[in-house]
Design a protein. Structure first.
Length: 479
């Protein structure tokens, strides 16, 4: 039977929402769950620091590089079909990761995991968009989706610490296998299929150039802290990514069925939401990266204790998300998004004051709470704004775009903040300061950089995201 876009309310839409949220949560979790397990992986597989970082980079490159392609494939080939394919790829790769007995096998399996995640993530958001009518119901659904996505990074640190401590590093990957298998089994009976009818071709040239450009960009900015931003290698990679991007633009302007129809940027707030998503991804990803290192290296917390501290953020996002989606429905996306970005910026400013000998209650908790509320008040309105007014046959495209923006922003944020922090730390150590004092000062400077990025995100939101009508107007139309 030819799958078509359904226009009647799906009676199983809330069960479908729960299912796709679990699938999405797995992909977000795997960005951060590995961080606290890296020392154990290093010891178990006898690898160097330089090789170890590829456990993170391999996933990031394929995840960020293939998101746009994954989103468009969902539109063209079917959102449910692509979700199921992504689940198979992600789950199988997770099993191989846990069984890996060498760094080469682990890195290769992590790259395949990223491919699965790049298929799953935009498919889940597109399914929500095409299952729920624009208005209060969709806002509520996106609020739940955003809460899980926002808390996923913090929960990843928590679960990573627990699993590494009590079960071994392999279980940060094995845990995906039964969850992925269960979601896969329930997807066909609970999720309705939808796609663009009358598929006539595929933009292979556009797909290959944009995928290569994004993958090269993510690789370049991930490696820049190690090889240097001003080196010929980094500059050459960035130039190569730029050339491929220009080639993609030229191809899309001539393609009869483009991978990225540029008309989507004429939709109110799509451009603004994606610009803000780059800043948001930079702040959130880099925040968790720097904090995890600070708590373990300076405060000397164990992997388990480090994970437990992030429960404050993960536990804040979920209840705050319900409030955020209600406010977006009533007042629109821009005021809520602005509030969230201000809260995140405030959290970064708080972390600039981190002490060498700090306590959880005074040195961490206030920042954790600010970031938790800020994430809830940012991820939900930015998702709503990025999808408001988008035609159903471009839901996957819009979903892939917003996810790509967050991933690219995250890679940039981690690369820039870590370069600043580590460079400053090394200079202080060379000047005779203790390692703990130097590291604290370096992390503090890194958070100042993130505070500046946060401030820029507030300006971008006010300038580029439409007023209170986004979300509120959709509710009025739905009524």
């Amino acid at each position: 039977m030819e799958p078509v876009q359904a226009h009647t309310p799906d009676p199983r839409r809330w069960q479908a929402l729960a299912l796709v949220c679990v699938a999405f949560f797995m992909t977000v979790l795997d960005v951060s769950i590995v961080n606290v397990a890296l020392p154990s992986i290093k010891t178990a597989l006898h690898v160097s620091e330089e090789s170890l970082q590829w456990v993170l980079i391999a996933y990031t490159i394929t995840f960020g590089g293939l998101l746009l392609l994954g989103g468009r494939a969902a539109d063209l080939l079917g959102r449910r079909r692509m979700l199921m394919i992504g689940l198979v790829v992600f789950t199988a790769a997770s099993l191989v990761c846990g069984l890996a007995n060498s760094i080469g096998v682990l890195v290769a399996a992590r790259a395949v995991q990223g491919v699965g995640a790049a298929i799953i993530s935009p498919a889940t958001l597109a399914i929500i968009t095409t299952t729920f009518e624009e208005g209060s119901e969709r806002n509520k659904a996106l609020g739940i989706w955003g809460a899980l996505g926002g808390s996923g990074a913090a929960a990843g640190v928590l679960f990573g610490g627990i699993l590494t401590k009590y079960a071994g590093w392999e279980w940060i990957f094995f845990v995906n296998v039964p969850v992925g298998a269960l979601v896969l089994a329930l997807t066909r009976p609970l999720v309705r299929e939808s796609r663009i009818p009358g598929l006539k071709g595929f933009d292979a040239a556009g797909a290959s150039t944009i995928t290569a450009s994004l993958a090269l960009l993510v690789y370049a900015i991930s490696k820049a802290p190690d090889v240097g931003w001003a080196t010929g290698r980094t500059i050459g990679l960035l130039v190569g990514a730029g050339v491929l991007l220009l080639g993609f633009v030229a191809i899309e302007r001539r393609a009869s069925a483009p991978l990225l129809p540029f008309r989507i940027f004429r939709v109110t707030n799509v451009l603004g939401a994606n610009v803000c998503a780059i800043f948001l991804g930079a702040v959130v990803f880099a925040n968790f990266f720097l904090l995890t290192l600070y708590v373990q290296q300076v405060l000397d917390y164990s992997a388990l204790k480090t994970g437990l501290t992030f429960l404050a953020t993960a536990g804040t996002v979920i209840p705050a998300a319900g409030l955020a989606q209600g406010l977006v429905t009533r007042y629109g996306a821009r005021p809520v998004l602005t509030t969230g970005l201000v809260l995140l910026t405030g959290g970064m400013i708080f972390y600039t004051q981190i002490p060498t000998h700090g306590s959880f209650w005074s040195g961490l908790l206030p920042g954790y709470l600010l970031v938790g509320f800020g994430m809830a008040f940012s991820f939900i309105p930015i998702s709503i704004a990025a999808l408001a007014g988008v035609a159903p046959d471009e839901a996957g495209l819009a979903s892939g775009l917003i996810n790509t923006s967050q991933q690219i922003g995250g890679a940039l944020g981690v690369a820039i903040a870590s370069t600043v922090a580590f460079t400053h730390t090394n200079s202080l150590v060379a000047a005779g300061r203790s390692q703990a004092e130097a590291a604290t000062s370096g992390f503090s400077l890194g958070f100042w950089v993130l505070a500046g990025i946060g401030a820029a995100s507030v300006v971008a939101c006010l300038a580029l995201v439409g007023g209170r009508q986004v979300g509120a107007e959709a509710l009025a139309q739905a009524a």
